[in-house]
Design a protein around this ligand. Structure first.
Ligand code: NAD
Length: 340
């Protein structure tokens, strides 16, 4: 079975391609390299001993996508390709809507033209917005995220829902990721942010490896257990395996049509201070940090209700916080400059 993975060179995409290969799926990766390097795929192929077809291209380019579907018999598309920096999305909202919304639309149109109906979308916990209570459950209404990035994810979910009503053959799965961290246990692939990392773990790992002086903790006066923000961190390999479960679910539910959303998280919130402590314990490296003012748009705490994925997808995050820390450090210390 051949799977088209857009954005398959990126952080979550590369780990998912590895899981797909390990589960005997054939993979075609389509990526424009805007936030990644081909080296991730070289390493995935080395780790698995399997080959992947790589096509450099942009999801906004319908003719490039057309060629992919003409040349390959694609059974399902897993759609990672997007811009993902929440802060940046407020500075360049049009680029975010272009890539994330128009790109997804374009892809769905080309899929429709080629009669490909199976679509797994990289959504995010951010679609629950600010108004829903925690833990987030899939039955909640989509919220109003504060960033253009979050809004772009809500828009694509809405497009999928409308499209599913109009095209009874469409079979969409929206995977709402919580906070993926860590790396493959080999330390060969991991998160390689360009510039200053936006997320906690890549920043912390760069402090640990000596590339940055100290970690900023944005606010310690939130209404949480220790005053810092709490998030639902899950190991990126657990998340990757969630995509294999989603594919199997689509295959097992041949009569399914429509769109189904699943949270992929652990169901637990962990604070920034707890992450620092866990990293220090797992690696015996001290992390200098400074508490700085809150960051605009950060919610105090959120985590998943992960029951639906457990009962229906047969998926559960199994790797511990300690493993997430050890694997983050393994990747960062082995590749202090990422893939370069
Ligand atoms: N990392 C997270 O914490 C997180 C959380 C929730 C959702 N997501 C979503 O998961 C997906 C993957 O995230 P990631 O962390 O692996 O990001 P990433 O930036 O590492 O990977 C995205 C990949 O898509 C490619 N890409 C971007 N725009 C493209 C375009 N127009 N055409 C072709 N390729 C394009 C990039 O080059 C990159 O390889 C994204 O859709 C993101 O919004 C990520």
């Amino acid at each position: 079975m051949k799977i088209l993975v857009t954005g398959g060179l990126g952080y979550i995409g590369s780990h998912t391609v590895l899981s797909l290969l390990e589960n005997n799926f054939q993979v075609v990766v389509f990526d424009n390299l805007v936030n990644s390097s081909e080296e991730s795929l070289n390493r995935v192929m080395k780790l698995t001993g399997k080959t992947v077809t790589f096509i450099e291209g942009d999801i906004r380019d319908a003719s490039a996508l057309d060629k992919v579907f003409e040349q390959h018999d694609i059974a399902c598309v897993i759609h990672f390709a997007a811009l993902k920096a929440v802060g940046e999305s407020s500075n360049i909202p049009l680029s975010y809507y272009q890539n994330n919304v128009f790109g997804a639309l374009n892809l769905l149109e080309v899929m429709a033209k080629h009669q490909v109906h199976n679509f797994i979308f990289s959504s995010s916990a951010t679609v629950y917005g600010e108004e829903n209570e925690i833990p987030y459950v899939e039955t909640m209404k989509l919220g109003t995220p504060s960033s253009p990035y979050g809004a772009s994810k809500v828009m694509v979910e809405r497009i999928m829902a409308d499209y599913a009503i109009a095209d009874p053959e469409f079979r969409g799965v929206s995977l709402r990721y919580f906070n993926p961290i860590g790396a493959h246990q080999s330390g060969e692939i991991g998160e390689d942010p360009s510039g200053i990392p936006n997320n906690l773990l890549p920043f912390l790992a760069q402090v640990a490896v000596g590339k940055r002086d100290k970690l900023n903790v944005f606010g310690d006066d939130y209404p949480t257990k220790d005053g810092s923000c709490e998030r639902d961190y899950l190991h990126v390999m657990d998340l990757a395996e969630g995509h294999v479960c989603a594919l199997n679910w689509l295959n097992d539910h041949s009569n399914f049509n429509g769109v189904e959303a699943f949270n992929l998280g652990t169901g637990n919130g962990t604070s920034v201070f707890a992450i620092i402590k866990a990293f220090e314990q797992a690696t015996a490296i001290k992390i200098p940090f400074e508490v700085t003012p809150r960051r605009a748009g950060d919610l105090p705490a959120f985590w998943a209700d992960a029951h639906k994925a457990t009962t229906q997808l047969n998926w559960q995050a199994t790797r511990s916080l300690e493993t997430m820390m050890v694997d983050t450090w393994h990747w960062q210390s082995k590749n202090p400059n990422g893939y370069l």
